[in-house]
Ligand binder design. Sequence first.
Ligand SMILES: [Zn+2]
Length: 271
Amino acid sequence: MGTCPGAPEPRRGNHPRVVLPSTSPLRAGLVVVQPLRRKHCAACRRGPLPLLVLEDGVPRCLACADLGHLVFLPRGDTALTRRSREESALWAVVVRFNRRRGRYERQGLLVEEEALARAESRCLADAEARRRRRARDARRRAAQDARFAEAFATQIRLLFPGCPPDRAGAIAAHASERGSGRVGRSAAGRALSEGAVTCAVIASVRHLDTPYDRLLMDGVARHEARRRIAADVEAVLRGWREAVGTAAAAQSPITGTEAAMKPTVRTDIAG
Ligand SMILES: [Zn+2]
């Protein structure tokens, strides 16, 4: 991408016949050219040359330029390119003239084979380190999720003491599933607000303890279906709130239940 800073420009930039740099390629590092036209080595006469070096304006093959032992690394892998250069005592930039753009463009590097091997293993080690870090992150997130679901379940049991513990656990796990966009992942859910927790419980009751899903399958409009099952949902919630005569149950007055049933918008996001 872009011009090669090490590549000399043709003397007459807009002249289409000029395909090789006419100034010294050694001006800024070693430059090897992929010629557009058939060129032969001025020293050993070999050719046409796939790659050549210009010395004093005349082409030489890589062997005659003492670069024959280098291997070509095409451009594209930035990290591998940088490391190959770092590892290589001798390296050269490979350029080709782009006629349409009127400039030399970098094609890759010539580097020592062992340097390339070392660079490749460094990149592999990096990839392995990244893989291990991702695994660590995933484990940490899973632990966070488990703690959060547990706290969510505890909050459900606090608001609904009569809710069976495994049911509370299932509701909490479902609502807080990562990437689900469910209520447990919302800001209110993460803060374990009473409204959010109640939304999750209502969603579960609606689907499992009422004929809501069957009504939807039968083609009943969602709001009509919700209206028909509202009493069923309320009955289950009331039972769960009052089932155990604990302090937590006493803390949930009737108005709390009504408040939980009112916000239809909020219950929508729980479904
Ligand atoms: Zn030669």
